[in-house]
Design a protein around this ligand. Sequence first.
Ligand code: IDP
Ligand code: MG
Length: 159
Amino acid sequence: MLETTLVLVKPDGVQRGLVGEIISRFEKIGMKITGMKMFWVDKDFAKKHYSAHVGKSFYSGLEKNITEGPVVAMAIEGLHAVEIVRKIVGGTEPRTSPPGTIRGDYSHHSYEYCNSKGIGIKNLIHASGNIAEAKSEIKLWFKKDELHSYKTVHEIHTM
Ligand code: IDP
Ligand code: MG
C-alpha cells in the first residue's frame, strides 16, 4: 500500500512557472517527496521513458515536447500514491479533465486539435500510470542514493 510514484513537471510546466504550484498539490495532500531533481531529457532518454509510445502517430510531437527544456522529476511516496497522484493529475486530455485536477486547471489541449496538427498534447505533468510502471520509472529516473528516507513532522509527532 505504501507506494512511490514518479512525477515529472514537463517542460511546458517548468516554462509556465507552475513548478511550485504543482509540487504544493502533492505536499498539501500529505504525500512525501523522497527524490527531486531538474533534468534535461535527450532523445535517447525520451525513448526509454516513453518506450510504450515509440512508433505511435503522436510520438514525434511527444518527443519534441519532452526534450524542449528541463523537467523537474520527483519521487513521491504515500499510501496508494500511484492512484491518488493520477487522480490529482487528471486525464491525459486537459480539455476533459475536471476542474480541480492539475491538467484541468492549468491546460486546455485536446486530442482532436493536437492530432490534427500532428503535435503532442501539452498537459504539464507526467505521473506513473500503474504500480509496475511506477517501479520501472523510479528505477530509470533515480539512483538509489538520490532517494531519501526521512520522517515528516506528522510522523515524528505521532511516534
Ligand atoms: P498519460 O500522460 O496521461 O499517462 P499517455 O497515454 O501515457 O498519457 O501518453 C503520454 C503523453 O503523450 C501524454 O501525457 C500526452 O502528452 C501525449 N499524448 C498521449 N496521447 C496523445 C495523442 O493522441 N495525441 C497527442 N499527444 C498524446
Ligand atoms: Mg502514461
